[in-house]
Design a protein around this ligand. Structure first.
Ligand code: CP3
Length: 352
């Protein structure tokens, strides 16, 4: 349904032709903002910040109040649903997710149980409800999940990895255990994404951050089929909710990502946006794709890159974003300039 009250970002996600693309930033709530760093002193643990509803609501709304982006994302993490199936985790300062008892055997996979989101993640409902009430139709509320391969990488490795040697050992010597784990995680995040939609999320982005570590032939075995499984099941229940897929370092995988069932592909800066458009075809929406490092440049440089990206993406089916998350040391002033300029892109484009 696209009516007068449909928020701007959803209109773009549904392929409407617009005068400027909607804009939001991955990791728009976070350390580059002083308001976030101040709150972090009061709530030093990431799980507190993301699981106490009032705190998570406040953090999600910090960028909204400061920059009025067209999308407001739930402040949370991709590993947040894992304790709900029996994988305990913590999120360590500066390191990311830590899983004390990594999943390495079939018996451990068999012991995982189905998620009951209102019981294991009771904070999701009040957070999403409050975000919808706050932004009304002035912004789109975004939910997100980690993809099966990326969540399995954390579950099996026990932490972030440079080489992914433990999960690749499993994939390339004992794949049955890994496939059993991927099925369980896929069904978990399908339920979790549907729950977010039922609680108010208007679009879902799936982060397969570490699938770019797979060769294309292995991506087709360990990542793509599970992305498809999740997207197909979400679509069957919620056909109106647009779905975005992100893989980091995806230049060699774009066409395959296009087969996932996503409505939009989040493109990183290793691909020229005009090439991404050509490779993905006219029916596929795109998100991106400025290098987050552009925000360390001059104002003129930032503005030129915004205009260049918008021109290359064209007037239909584009959500302006960085190619990945904003970096923690980014000057807050440059983030403000990015949003301000993006929101005036219609007049800037008319002037060039
Ligand atoms: O985009 C947003 O504003 C929503 C918030 C969000 C976070 N994590 C908050 C967070 C989202 C969408 C994520 C997803 C996420 N988490 C991904 C996929 C996106 C990507 O970057 O590819 C991944 C791989 C993770 C796992 C994870 N969690 C990492 C690698 C880290 C960073 C470790 C560090 O300190 O640099 C985290 C912790 C985390 N999640 C932070 C934030 C803001 C940093 C901790 C902090 O700022 O206090």
């Amino acid at each position: 349904m696209t009516g007068a009250n449909t928020p701007y970002l959803l209109r773009a996600a549904r392929g409407e032709k617009l005068d400027r693309p909607p804009v939001w930033m991955m990791r728009q709530a976070g350390r580059y903002m002083k308001a976030y760093r101040d709150l972090r002193e009061k709530y030093p643990s990431f799980r507190e910040r993301s699981e106490i509803p009032e705190v998570a609501i406040e953090i999600s709304l910090q960028p909204w109040r400061a920059f009025k982006p067209d999308g407001v994302i739930l402040f949370s993490d991709i590993v947040t649903p894992l304790p709900g199936i029996g994988i305990e985790m913590d999120i360590a300062e500066g390191k990311g997710p830590i899983i004390a008892n990594p999943i390495r055997t079939q018996a451990q996979v068999d012991a995982l149980y189905p998620i009951e989101p209102d019981e294991s993640t009771p904070f999701i409902r009040p957070i999403l409800k409050a975000l919808r009430e706050e932004v009304k139709s002035d912004a789109t509320v975004l939910g997100f999940v980690g993809a099966p391969w990326t969540l399995a990488a954390y579950a099996v490795e026990g932490k972030g990895s440079k080489t992914y040697s433990v999960i690749k050992n499993m994939a390339f010597s004992d794949p049955a255990v890994l496939h059993a784990l991927l099925v369980k995680i896929a069904d978990t995040i399908t339920d979790y994404a549907c729950h977010q939609i039922e609680c108010g999320a208007q679009l879902i982005q799936m982060f397969d951050s570490w699938a770019g570590q797979l060769s294309p032939q292995d991506y087709e075995v360990f990542a793509l089929p599970y992305q498809k499984r999740v997207f197909e099941k979400i679509k069957a229940k919620h056909p109106e909710t647009p779905l975005i897929l992100l893989v980091s370092g995806s230049a060699g995988l774009l066409e395959r990502m296009g087969e996932s069932g996503a409505d939009l592909i989040s493109v990183d800066w290793t691909v020229d946006m005009a090439d991404a458009r050509r490779r993905l075809g006219p029916e596929m929406g795109v998100q991106g794709n400025l290098d987050p490092g552009v925000l360390f440049g001059s104002k003129e440089f930032i503005r030129d890159r915004i205009i260049d990206t918008i021109k290359k993406a064209g007037p239909r089916g584009h959500i302006l974003n960085l190619g990945h998350g904003i970096l923690p040391t980014t000057p807050e002033e440059n983030a403000a300039y990015f949003f301000e300029t993006a929101k005036q892109a219609d007049s800037l484009l008319a002037a060039v």
